[in-house]
Design a binder for this molecule. Structure first.
Ligand code: NAD
Length: 344
C-alpha cells in the first residue's frame, strides 16, 4: 500500500467498517501542512477495494493542490464510501460515516462530492461538526456551483488576455461542454458579456431551454470540442483532453470547470506543443472550495470569498506567466507551485 503509485507520501489513510449499517469507506489525508485536510466525500460502486484506495489517494492529493492554489488555510483530504448511491443509502449509513469523520478529531473536514447530497451530510452532521456544504446552519454556504462558475468565467477572461491580448468576451466564439450546475451559469455570463456561445449536453431538454434563454447555439455532443472556436470550456467530464481529441481541437484556449480534464500530465505538454493555452482545472475551478472554506471558518463572509476568488485569478495569471518564461506546460507549473506551497 505504501508503494502504490498514487501514495505520494500521504500522511494517513483510514479504513472504516460499520457492521450494522454496512458502511465501508476510506478517508485519506494527503497533507495538513496548511491546515486541517478538507475535501468532499464520494459514494461509488468500486469494482475492488484497491480501486477505491487508488481513487481516494488521487482525489485527496488533488485537494491538497486545489486548496493550496486557492490560498486557503486547509490541507487536502478526501473520503470515499463503497456502494451504489442510488440503492445503498440509508440515514444510518451516513450517521456511521459521521462517526468515522468525528473519530479523526477535526484533521479532516468532509463535504459533497459525486453521489452525495446535502441531506446525506445532514445525517452525518448529527455525529460530527466537521461537515461543510450544508444547507442549514449558522455558517451554511449552500451550493458552491455559482462561485465556481464565477471563477470559471473570470478565468476564461484571464486566459483570453494571454492568448489574444484582449480579455473581452464580446464577439469571441466559445464552446461549452456540459451545462449542469457550473456550465449553465458560465454560459449565462458569457452570453451576457457578448460572446457567441455553443453548447452541448447529453440532457437535450436542458440544452433547448438554455439556448432559448441565452441565445446560445445547440451543438451535437460528439462535436462540441471540435467547433471552430477561440475557447473550449469543459464543464462535464474528466479526461476529455486525450490522444484522440487533442489532434482535432482548433481552439486557442481550454478553460473550464471540469475536474481532471487532461487524461495524463503528459497531455498538458502536448496541449502546449499545439499552441493551446490550458487553464489548469484545479486552479480555475477553485471558487467552489473557497465558498466551502468560508463555511469551515465558522462565519461565512461574501467579502472574504470575493477576496480569495480575486487572488485565485491572480494566481492563474502567474501560472500563465511562469509557463511562458520557463517554457513548461501550465499544468506542470501549477503542480510545482502547489507542491511548494504544501512543503513538498
Ligand atoms: P452537473 O452534474 O450539474 O453537470 C454536469 C453536466 O454535464 C450535466 O448536465 C450532464 O448532463 C453533462 N454531461 C455528462 N456527460 C456529458 C457528455 N458526454 N457531453 C456533454 N455533457 C455531458 O455537475 P457540475 O456541478 O456542474 O460540475 C461540472 C464539472 O465541474 C464536474 O467535472 C465537477 O467535478 C466540476 N466541478 C464542480 C464544482 C461545483 O462547484 N459544482 C466545483 C469544482 C469542480
Amino acid at each position: 500500500m505504501f508503494d502504490h503509485p498514487a501514495y505520494d507520501a500521504h500522511e494517513s489513510v483510514h479504513m472504516f467498517h460499520d457492521a450494522e449499517t454496512g458502511l465501508r469507506g476510506m478517508i485519506a489525508i494527503h497533507s495538513t501542512h496548511l491546515g486541517p485536510a478538507a475535501g468532499g466525500c464520494r459514494m461509488w460502486n468500486y469494482e475492488t477495494g484497491i480501486d477505491m484506495y487508488r481513487d481516494v489517494l488521487r482525489l485527496s492529493q488533488g485537494m491538497s493542490y486545489k486548496n493550496a492554489m486557492a490560498g486557503l488555510p486547509l490541507g487536502g483530504g478526501k473520503a470515499v464510501i463503497w456502494g451504489n448511491a442510488r440503492e445503498d443509502k440509508t440515514p444510518d449509513l451516513f450517521r456511521a460515516f459521521g462517526r468515522a469523520v468525528d473519530s479523526l478529531n477535526g484533521t479532516y473536514w468532509t463535504a459533497e462530492d459525486v453521489g452525495i447530497t446535502p441531506q446525506d451530510l445532514a445525517y452525518a452532521s448529527e455525529h460530527t461538526r466537521y461537515v461543510a456544504g450544508l444547507d442549514d446552519g449558522e455558517a451554511a454556504s449552500g451550493d458552491p456551483s455559482p462561485v465556481t462558475a464565477e471563477g470559471v468565467f473570470r478565468g476564461i477572461k484571464v486566459a483570453m488576455a494571454h492568448a489574444f491580448g484582449n480579455d473581452d468576451p464580446k464577439g469571441r466564439r466559445i464552446a461549452v461542454q456540459g451545462i449542469g450546475h457550473v456550465g449553465a451559469d458560465v454560459v449565462r455570463k458569457l452570453t451576457k458579456a457578448g460572446a457567441e456561445v455553443m453548447i452541448a449536453d447529453v440532457a437535450a431538454d436542458r440544452v433547448a431551454d438554455l439556448a432559448a434563454e441565452t441565445g446560445a447555439t445547440a451543438v451535437d455532443v460528439a462535436d462540441i470540442l471540435f467547433q471552430d472556436v477561440d475557447v473550449v470550456s469543459p464543464n462535464a467530464l474528466g479526461a476529455i483532453i486525450n490522444e484522440e481529441t487533442l489532434p482535432r481541437l482548433t481552439c486557442k484556449v481550454i478553460a473550464g470547470g471540469a475536474n481532471n480534464q487532461l487524461s495524463t500530465p503528459e497531455m498538458g505538454d502536448a496541449v502546449k506543443e499545439r499552441g493551446i493555452l490550458y487553464a489548469p482545472d484545479y486552479v480555475i475551478n477553485g471558487g467552489g472550495i473557497i465558498n466551502v472554506a468560508a463555511e469551515i471558518s465558522g462565519k461565512y463572509s461574501a467579502d472574504w470569498v470575493e477576496g480569495k476568488l480575486s487572488r485565485l485569478m491572480q494566481t492563474l495569471d502567474e501560472v500563465f506567466n511562469e509557463s511562458l518564461q520557463s517554457n513548461q506546460a501550465t499544468n506542470r507549473v501549477a503542480d510545482a507551485i502547489a507542491r511548494q506551497r504544501i512543503g513538498r
